[in-house]
Design a protein around this ligand. Structure first.
Ligand code: GTQ
Length: 352
């Protein structure tokens, strides 16, 4: 079944005649584009240690003024895709962004969807669609497709956050572009206040937003409390995870990438089945080993790793006495919309 004809089996003048007319025979490449049982993945399991990133990011702060960078970011690039492509996986882009006290990253908007996961520092803010979102460690802030956003910093220490975008997908689709704007006027009202508790949303008569993205900031204190409460309520549950959703529709917070927070109980080892989406783990609190595809990464606080799709993954809490908290980003909304989302409990194909 694998002995299909090769390109070398064809007469050279025939292949040349095809090429001149922009034609290609399928059969020599058929198994390449449709491999048996499991897709070919360029994405390699990759670990980026914050201890490596931070000094180089601070150095970028000395080398390049914000006016020359617009966004001062070191991209977490997966070598499997080549570093030049600046992608963590097929659809995921990761970057560590630095903003120094008093700096301002000017307002723009673009077709790719973004989120920020705040890694360290206090006093920065991101204004999204006129809503000024304070940035504290562990907070998740959405900047969905098309919404104006700008970053500022009134604190006195450097602020660092992790950017997660669907830029590689948008670029591949040839739909990636941006528009520059001027400083936004901050409007009254904030989604993280209006939608402060799950299941209790503003009554429409008093002005449900009608916005596609009613909530732009998800404070870490709330996500953390939700995880602890869930773990308490379901003491036998192994997979203690919450998903960041749109509080009005209950759907994923953004269109393409999925965002979650996961808690490992003290001493816990959690094995997740192979699933089609590539997945990013970032430690908010504590430490964890992430083992997949023959690799094992010891993640410390603020470390990040990427695991390709279709790989079972084991997460081990580094502490026997304290929980560990991880931020998880994946391609699951995209895979579900495309109809290719797959879970493989026994590592066997379960084609949807
Ligand atoms: O902060 O708006 O890492 O536009 C890449 C592109 C961050 C941003 C990135 C961006 C931004």
């Amino acid at each position: 079944m694998n002995d299909l004809g090769r390109l070398e089996d064809l007469p050279a003048d025939y292949v040349a005649a095809l090429r001149e007319r922009n034609l290609v025979p399928l059969w020599p490449s058929l198994r390449g584009v449709l491999p048996p049982h499991i897709p070919t993945r360029q994405t390699r399991p990759t670990h980026w240690a914050y201890a490596d990133i931070k000094p180089l990011l601070l150095k970028a702060g000395e080398l390049t003024p914000i006016e020359k960078a617009e966004r001062r970011v070191l991209v977490l690039a997966n070598p499997g895709h080549t570093l030049e492509k600046m992608q963590a996986s097929a659809a995921l882009y990761l970057g560590m962004q630095l903003l120094l006290p008093g700096e301002w990253a000017p307002s723009h908007r673009h077709t790719p969807n973004a989120v920020r996961m705040v890694v360290e520092g206090e006093g920065a803010w991101t204004t999204v669609d006129g809503e000024r979102c304070p940035m504290s460690r562990g907070d998740l802030i959405l900047t969905p497709t098309g919404l104006w956003h700008e970053h500022g910093h009134d604190g006195d220490q450097p602020v660092v956050w992790l950017d997660v975008l669907d830029l590689p997908l948008m670029y591949y689709l040839e739909v990636s572009y941006h528009l520059n704007g001027s400083r936004q006027e901050v409007k009254p009202g904030r989604g993280d206040r209006a939608y402060a508790r799950a299941g209790v949303v503003p009554t429409p008569v008093f002005g449900r937003s009608g916005k596609r993205y009613p909530m732009l900031r998800y404070p870490w204190a709330d996500a953390r409390a939700a995880l602890l409460s869930l773990a308490d309520d379901q003491p036998d549950a192994a997979h203690v995870q919450v998903t960041y959703t749109n509080p009005e529709s209950g759907e994923d917070a953004e269109n393409v990438l999925g965002f979650h927070a996961l808690m490992l109980r003290p001493g816990q080892t959690l094995t997740l089945p192979a699933r089609s989406p590539a997945c990013v783990y970032h430690v908010i609190e504590g430490g964890a080993q992430v083992a997949a595809a023959g690799q094992c990464f010891p993640l410390k606080e603020a470390d990040t790793c990427c695991i390709p799709g279709y790989e079972s993954t084991t997460l081990i809490n580094a502490s026997a006495s304290a929980p560990a908290f991880l931020f998880v980003a994946d391609e699951s909304p995209l895979h579900r919309k495309l109809g290719v989302y797959e879970v493989r409990p026994d590592n066997q194909p379960v084609m949807p």
